[in-house]
Write a protein that binds this ligand. Structure first.
Ligand code: KPL
Length: 350
Protein backbone atom coordinates (compact mmCIF):
# COMPACT_ATOMS: atom_id res chain seq x y z
CA UNK A 1 0.00 0.00 0.00
CA UNK A 2 1.36 3.43 -0.85
CA UNK A 3 0.28 6.46 1.05
CA UNK A 4 -0.03 9.90 -0.38
CA UNK A 5 -0.34 11.14 3.14
CA UNK A 6 0.32 9.78 6.59
CA UNK A 7 -2.15 7.12 7.77
CA UNK A 8 -4.87 8.62 9.90
CA UNK A 9 -3.73 8.07 13.46
CA UNK A 10 -6.93 8.95 15.29
CA UNK A 11 -9.78 6.62 16.15
CA UNK A 12 -12.01 9.38 14.73
CA UNK A 13 -10.50 9.06 11.25
CA UNK A 14 -12.34 7.61 8.26
CA UNK A 15 -11.33 5.62 5.23
CA UNK A 16 -13.75 5.50 2.33
CA UNK A 17 -13.78 2.44 0.11
CA UNK A 18 -15.40 3.29 -3.22
CA UNK A 19 -14.84 6.70 -4.80
CA UNK A 20 -18.08 6.89 -6.81
CA UNK A 21 -20.65 9.63 -6.32
CA UNK A 22 -21.70 8.52 -2.82
CA UNK A 23 -18.09 8.00 -1.69
CA UNK A 24 -17.11 11.45 -2.95
CA UNK A 25 -20.20 13.09 -1.41
CA UNK A 26 -19.45 11.61 2.02
CA UNK A 27 -15.72 12.31 1.72
CA UNK A 28 -16.40 16.01 1.02
CA UNK A 29 -18.92 16.28 3.84
CA UNK A 30 -16.41 14.68 6.23
CA UNK A 31 -13.52 16.88 5.04
CA UNK A 32 -15.72 19.97 5.37
CA UNK A 33 -16.65 18.94 8.90
CA UNK A 34 -12.93 18.53 9.72
CA UNK A 35 -12.25 22.03 8.30
CA UNK A 36 -15.01 23.48 10.47
CA UNK A 37 -13.72 21.70 13.53
CA UNK A 38 -10.21 23.01 12.68
CA UNK A 39 -8.76 19.47 12.71
CA UNK A 40 -5.71 20.54 10.66
CA UNK A 41 -5.35 17.97 7.89
CA UNK A 42 -8.53 16.07 6.93
CA UNK A 43 -9.32 12.99 8.96
CA UNK A 44 -10.74 11.25 5.94
CA UNK A 45 -8.85 9.31 3.22
CA UNK A 46 -10.01 7.63 0.04
CA UNK A 47 -9.01 4.02 -0.53
CA UNK A 48 -8.27 3.64 -4.26
CA UNK A 49 -8.01 0.31 -6.02
CA UNK A 50 -4.37 0.42 -7.16
CA UNK A 51 -1.37 2.55 -8.09
CA UNK A 52 -2.88 3.48 -11.44
CA UNK A 53 -6.01 4.85 -9.79
CA UNK A 54 -3.84 6.69 -7.27
CA UNK A 55 -1.73 8.19 -10.06
CA UNK A 56 -4.93 9.45 -11.73
CA UNK A 57 -6.26 11.01 -8.53
CA UNK A 58 -5.93 14.82 -8.63
CA UNK A 59 -5.57 15.03 -4.84
CA UNK A 60 -8.86 16.78 -4.35
CA UNK A 61 -12.57 16.17 -4.66
CA UNK A 62 -15.11 18.64 -6.03
CA UNK A 63 -18.66 18.70 -4.70
CA UNK A 64 -21.45 20.93 -6.01
CA UNK A 65 -22.34 21.84 -2.40
CA UNK A 66 -18.94 23.34 -1.65
CA UNK A 67 -17.44 26.59 -2.93
CA UNK A 68 -13.98 25.10 -3.44
CA UNK A 69 -12.46 21.67 -4.07
CA UNK A 70 -11.39 19.84 -0.92
CA UNK A 71 -7.95 18.29 -0.57
CA UNK A 72 -8.47 14.73 0.59
CA UNK A 73 -5.62 12.22 0.96
CA UNK A 74 -5.79 8.92 -0.87
CA UNK A 75 -4.28 5.51 -0.39
CA UNK A 76 -3.85 2.72 -2.97
CA UNK A 77 -4.78 -0.78 -1.90
CA UNK A 78 -2.15 -3.30 -2.86
CA UNK A 79 -4.16 -6.47 -2.20
CA UNK A 80 -5.40 -8.76 0.53
CA UNK A 81 -1.87 -9.82 1.58
CA UNK A 82 -0.63 -6.23 1.82
CA UNK A 83 1.50 -5.71 4.94
CA UNK A 84 1.66 -1.88 5.08
CA UNK A 85 0.98 -0.81 8.65
CA UNK A 86 -2.19 1.12 7.97
CA UNK A 87 -4.83 1.02 10.65
CA UNK A 88 -8.41 1.56 9.55
CA UNK A 89 -10.53 2.67 12.49
CA UNK A 90 -13.70 3.59 10.63
CA UNK A 91 -14.43 2.24 7.19
CA UNK A 92 -17.23 3.68 5.08
CA UNK A 93 -18.00 1.29 2.23
CA UNK A 94 -19.63 2.89 -0.81
CA UNK A 95 -18.94 0.23 -3.43
CA UNK A 96 -21.80 -1.40 -5.32
CA UNK A 97 -23.53 -4.21 -3.42
CA UNK A 98 -22.10 -6.95 -5.66
CA UNK A 99 -18.50 -5.78 -5.07
CA UNK A 100 -18.70 -5.10 -1.38
CA UNK A 101 -17.63 -8.49 0.02
CA UNK A 102 -14.47 -8.52 -2.11
CA UNK A 103 -13.77 -4.86 -1.43
CA UNK A 104 -13.98 -5.25 2.36
CA UNK A 105 -11.90 -8.44 2.20
CA UNK A 106 -9.20 -6.51 0.31
CA UNK A 107 -8.66 -4.25 3.35
CA UNK A 108 -9.50 -6.78 6.07
CA UNK A 109 -5.93 -7.00 7.33
CA UNK A 110 -6.02 -3.29 8.08
CA UNK A 111 -9.07 -3.67 10.30
CA UNK A 112 -8.80 -4.46 14.00
CA UNK A 113 -11.40 -6.07 16.23
CA UNK A 114 -12.59 -2.59 17.18
CA UNK A 115 -12.74 -1.11 13.66
CA UNK A 116 -16.19 -0.05 12.55
CA UNK A 117 -17.56 -0.89 9.12
CA UNK A 118 -20.33 1.32 7.80
CA UNK A 119 -22.25 0.04 4.77
CA UNK A 120 -24.10 2.23 2.31
CA UNK A 121 -25.38 -0.28 -0.25
CA UNK A 122 -28.77 -0.82 -1.82
CA UNK A 123 -30.57 -4.01 -0.88
CA UNK A 124 -30.14 -5.97 2.33
CA UNK A 125 -28.27 -9.14 1.47
CA UNK A 126 -24.78 -7.66 1.74
CA UNK A 127 -25.59 -5.99 5.07
CA UNK A 128 -26.78 -9.34 6.43
CA UNK A 129 -23.71 -11.18 5.11
CA UNK A 130 -21.19 -8.67 6.47
CA UNK A 131 -22.97 -8.47 9.82
CA UNK A 132 -22.59 -12.25 10.10
CA UNK A 133 -18.97 -12.20 8.90
CA UNK A 134 -17.59 -9.26 10.88
CA UNK A 135 -19.95 -9.23 13.87
CA UNK A 136 -23.15 -7.37 14.69
CA UNK A 137 -21.32 -4.95 16.98
CA UNK A 138 -18.89 -3.67 14.35
CA UNK A 139 -21.13 -3.43 11.32
CA UNK A 140 -23.38 -0.42 10.77
CA UNK A 141 -25.82 0.24 7.95
CA UNK A 142 -26.85 3.53 6.40
CA UNK A 143 -29.97 3.96 4.32
CA UNK A 144 -29.97 7.23 2.44
CA UNK A 145 -32.25 9.29 0.27
CA UNK A 146 -29.49 11.68 -0.89
CA UNK A 147 -29.19 11.82 -4.66
CA UNK A 148 -25.74 12.20 -6.20
CA UNK A 149 -24.01 11.63 -9.53
CA UNK A 150 -20.49 11.99 -10.86
CA UNK A 151 -19.94 14.73 -13.43
CA UNK A 152 -16.37 13.46 -13.84
CA UNK A 153 -14.11 11.31 -11.66
CA UNK A 154 -13.92 12.89 -8.17
CA UNK A 155 -16.40 15.61 -9.19
CA UNK A 156 -19.78 14.96 -7.59
CA UNK A 157 -23.13 16.69 -8.01
CA UNK A 158 -25.31 16.53 -4.90
CA UNK A 159 -28.51 16.34 -6.94
CA UNK A 160 -31.05 15.74 -4.21
CA UNK A 161 -30.66 16.70 -0.58
CA UNK A 162 -32.08 13.92 1.53
CA UNK A 163 -31.51 12.14 4.82
CA UNK A 164 -29.34 9.30 6.02
CA UNK A 165 -30.40 6.82 8.69
CA UNK A 166 -27.76 4.96 10.66
CA UNK A 167 -28.41 1.70 12.50
CA UNK A 168 -27.29 -1.85 13.18
CA UNK A 169 -28.89 -5.14 12.25
CA UNK A 170 -29.42 -7.58 15.13
CA UNK A 171 -28.30 -5.04 17.68
CA UNK A 172 -30.57 -4.22 20.55
CA UNK A 173 -30.35 -2.61 23.97
CA UNK A 174 -28.33 0.19 25.48
CA UNK A 175 -24.96 -0.96 24.07
CA UNK A 176 -26.19 -0.55 20.54
CA UNK A 177 -27.69 2.85 21.39
CA UNK A 178 -24.38 4.05 22.81
CA UNK A 179 -22.45 2.68 19.80
CA UNK A 180 -24.78 4.47 17.40
CA UNK A 181 -24.57 7.76 19.32
CA UNK A 182 -20.79 7.71 19.36
CA UNK A 183 -20.55 6.80 15.69
CA UNK A 184 -23.00 9.51 14.67
CA UNK A 185 -20.71 12.07 16.32
CA UNK A 186 -17.96 11.06 13.91
CA UNK A 187 -20.19 11.49 10.86
CA UNK A 188 -21.14 14.75 9.10
CA UNK A 189 -24.50 14.52 10.84
CA UNK A 190 -25.71 18.05 10.13
CA UNK A 191 -24.54 18.34 6.54
CA UNK A 192 -25.96 15.00 5.47
CA UNK A 193 -28.90 14.91 7.91
CA UNK A 194 -27.75 11.73 9.63
CA UNK A 195 -30.32 10.28 12.04
CA UNK A 196 -30.18 7.18 14.19
CA UNK A 197 -32.65 4.43 13.39
CA UNK A 198 -32.91 1.69 16.01
CA UNK A 199 -34.84 -0.42 13.56
CA UNK A 200 -32.68 0.01 10.47
CA UNK A 201 -33.57 -3.54 9.37
CA UNK A 202 -37.20 -2.52 8.82
CA UNK A 203 -36.09 0.57 6.90
CA UNK A 204 -33.80 -1.49 4.68
CA UNK A 205 -36.55 -4.04 3.98
CA UNK A 206 -38.90 -1.22 2.93
CA UNK A 207 -36.22 0.39 0.77
CA UNK A 208 -35.54 -3.00 -0.82
CA UNK A 209 -39.25 -3.35 -1.63
CA UNK A 210 -39.37 0.16 -3.14
CA UNK A 211 -36.19 -0.36 -5.17
CA UNK A 212 -37.52 -3.71 -6.45
CA UNK A 213 -40.65 -1.94 -7.69
CA UNK A 214 -38.96 1.08 -9.29
CA UNK A 215 -35.36 0.54 -10.38
CA UNK A 216 -35.62 -2.16 -13.04
CA UNK A 217 -38.71 -0.54 -14.59
CA UNK A 218 -36.83 2.73 -15.12
CA UNK A 219 -34.36 0.70 -17.21
CA UNK A 220 -37.03 -1.23 -19.09
CA UNK A 221 -38.81 2.03 -19.97
CA UNK A 222 -35.56 4.04 -20.13
CA UNK A 223 -37.09 6.90 -18.19
CA UNK A 224 -36.74 9.12 -15.14
CA UNK A 225 -38.45 7.95 -11.96
CA UNK A 226 -41.50 10.24 -12.26
CA UNK A 227 -42.23 9.18 -15.83
CA UNK A 228 -43.09 5.66 -14.67
CA UNK A 229 -46.40 7.04 -13.44
CA UNK A 230 -47.19 8.58 -16.84
CA UNK A 231 -46.61 5.43 -18.92
CA UNK A 232 -49.72 3.19 -18.68
CA UNK A 233 -47.76 -0.03 -19.21
CA UNK A 234 -45.22 0.98 -16.57
CA UNK A 235 -47.98 1.86 -14.07
CA UNK A 236 -49.51 -1.55 -14.59
CA UNK A 237 -46.15 -3.29 -14.06
CA UNK A 238 -45.52 -1.17 -10.97
CA UNK A 239 -48.79 -2.23 -9.44
CA UNK A 240 -48.25 -5.93 -10.27
CA UNK A 241 -44.70 -5.77 -8.87
CA UNK A 242 -45.95 -4.12 -5.67
CA UNK A 243 -48.54 -6.90 -5.14
CA UNK A 244 -46.00 -9.65 -5.67
CA UNK A 245 -43.26 -8.01 -3.56
CA UNK A 246 -45.75 -7.66 -0.67
CA UNK A 247 -46.77 -11.30 -0.95
CA UNK A 248 -43.16 -12.51 -0.88
CA UNK A 249 -42.19 -10.28 2.03
CA UNK A 250 -45.26 -11.34 4.01
CA UNK A 251 -43.81 -14.85 4.00
CA UNK A 252 -40.42 -13.72 5.39
CA UNK A 253 -40.55 -13.72 9.20
CA UNK A 254 -37.85 -10.99 9.61
CA UNK A 255 -39.49 -8.59 7.14
CA UNK A 256 -41.76 -5.89 8.63
CA UNK A 257 -45.35 -5.42 7.39
CA UNK A 258 -45.14 -3.46 4.15
CA UNK A 259 -48.44 -1.63 4.50
CA UNK A 260 -49.62 -0.07 1.27
CA UNK A 261 -46.51 -0.46 -0.89
CA UNK A 262 -48.18 0.96 -4.00
CA UNK A 263 -48.91 4.26 -2.20
CA UNK A 264 -45.35 4.40 -0.81
CA UNK A 265 -43.89 3.76 -4.26
CA UNK A 266 -46.05 6.50 -5.80
CA UNK A 267 -44.87 8.89 -3.08
CA UNK A 268 -41.19 8.09 -3.79
CA UNK A 269 -41.79 8.51 -7.52
CA UNK A 270 -43.31 11.95 -6.93
CA UNK A 271 -40.54 13.07 -4.60
CA UNK A 272 -37.75 11.75 -6.88
CA UNK A 273 -39.58 12.43 -10.16
CA UNK A 274 -36.60 14.10 -11.84
CA UNK A 275 -34.06 11.44 -10.71
CA UNK A 276 -32.42 8.95 -12.99
CA UNK A 277 -32.47 5.83 -10.79
CA UNK A 278 -29.14 4.37 -9.72
CA UNK A 279 -29.84 1.28 -11.83
CA UNK A 280 -30.55 3.30 -14.97
CA UNK A 281 -27.37 5.34 -14.34
CA UNK A 282 -25.40 2.09 -14.28
CA UNK A 283 -26.96 0.81 -17.47
CA UNK A 284 -26.44 4.11 -19.28
CA UNK A 285 -22.75 3.91 -18.34
CA UNK A 286 -22.51 0.29 -19.48
CA UNK A 287 -21.92 -1.05 -15.96
CA UNK A 288 -23.22 -3.94 -13.94
CA UNK A 289 -26.16 -2.82 -11.84
CA UNK A 290 -27.19 -3.94 -8.35
CA UNK A 291 -30.14 -5.90 -9.79
CA UNK A 292 -29.00 -9.22 -8.29
CA UNK A 293 -29.23 -7.57 -4.89
CA UNK A 294 -32.69 -6.12 -5.63
CA UNK A 295 -35.17 -8.20 -7.69
CA UNK A 296 -32.58 -11.00 -7.81
CA UNK A 297 -32.51 -11.18 -4.01
CA UNK A 298 -36.30 -11.03 -3.84
CA UNK A 299 -36.50 -14.02 -6.21
CA UNK A 300 -34.00 -15.91 -4.00
CA UNK A 301 -36.16 -15.17 -0.95
CA UNK A 302 -39.25 -16.37 -2.81
CA UNK A 303 -37.49 -19.60 -3.88
CA UNK A 304 -36.43 -20.28 -0.30
CA UNK A 305 -40.13 -20.05 0.66
CA UNK A 306 -41.14 -22.22 -2.34
CA UNK A 307 -43.18 -19.30 -3.62
CA UNK A 308 -43.65 -18.40 -7.27
CA UNK A 309 -42.39 -14.95 -8.18
CA UNK A 310 -43.20 -14.62 -11.90
CA UNK A 311 -43.43 -10.84 -12.20
CA UNK A 312 -40.10 -10.19 -10.50
CA UNK A 313 -38.48 -13.05 -12.38
CA UNK A 314 -39.63 -11.64 -15.73
CA UNK A 315 -38.30 -8.20 -14.80
CA UNK A 316 -35.01 -9.75 -13.68
CA UNK A 317 -34.65 -11.59 -16.96
CA UNK A 318 -35.37 -8.47 -19.00
CA UNK A 319 -32.84 -6.57 -16.91
CA UNK A 320 -30.15 -9.20 -17.51
CA UNK A 321 -30.61 -8.88 -21.27
CA UNK A 322 -30.57 -5.06 -21.16
CA UNK A 323 -27.58 -5.02 -18.81
CA UNK A 324 -25.53 -7.34 -20.94
CA UNK A 325 -26.40 -5.35 -24.10
CA UNK A 326 -25.39 -2.10 -22.40
CA UNK A 327 -22.10 -3.57 -21.19
CA UNK A 328 -21.37 -4.91 -24.64
CA UNK A 329 -22.20 -1.58 -26.27
CA UNK A 330 -19.79 0.26 -23.96
CA UNK A 331 -17.01 -2.30 -24.19
CA UNK A 332 -14.11 -1.12 -26.38
CA UNK A 333 -13.81 -4.55 -28.00
CA UNK A 334 -17.56 -5.08 -28.24
CA UNK A 335 -17.32 -8.17 -26.03
CA UNK A 336 -18.82 -8.36 -22.56
CA UNK A 337 -16.59 -7.98 -19.52
CA UNK A 338 -16.79 -10.80 -16.96
CA UNK A 339 -19.60 -10.40 -14.47
CA UNK A 340 -17.21 -10.48 -11.50
CA UNK A 341 -15.46 -7.14 -11.82
CA UNK A 342 -12.63 -5.94 -9.60
CA UNK A 343 -13.60 -3.90 -6.56
CA UNK A 344 -14.09 -0.17 -6.91
CA UNK A 345 -13.05 0.14 -10.56
CA UNK A 346 -16.33 1.10 -12.13
CA UNK A 347 -18.24 -0.35 -9.27
CA UNK A 348 -18.63 2.47 -6.79
CA UNK A 349 -22.09 3.60 -5.82
CA UNK A 350 -23.36 6.40 -7.96
O1 KPL B 1 -33.10 4.56 -4.40
C1 KPL B 1 -33.37 4.85 -5.54
C2 KPL B 1 -32.35 4.53 -6.57
O2 KPL B 1 -32.28 5.20 -7.59
O3 KPL B 1 -31.59 3.58 -6.32
C3 KPL B 1 -34.70 5.47 -5.88
C4 KPL B 1 -35.62 5.36 -4.68
C5 KPL B 1 -35.32 4.78 -7.05
C6 KPL B 1 -34.56 6.95 -6.15
O4 KPL B 1 -33.91 7.23 -7.34
Amino acid sequence: MTLTDKPIPRAAGWHILGAGAMGCLWACAMARQDERQAMGSPQVSLLLRDQEALAGYPGQVICSDMEHPLSIPAVAIAGADDQTPLQIHNLLVTTKAQDTLTAVASVANHLSTTSRIVLLQNGLKIQQQLTRLYGAERVFCVSTSHGAWLKAPFDVVHAGNGDAWLGQLDATGTCSRARLQSLRQLLPAEQLNVHIDHDIGARLWRKLAINCAINALTVIHDCRNGELLQIPEARQSLSRLCDEICKVLQAIPEAPPMGDLWTQVQHVLHVTAANVSSTLQDIRRGRHSEIDHLNGYLCELASAQHMPCPVNRAVLQQMRVLESRAIQAHSPTGSERPRQSSPHRSTDRQ
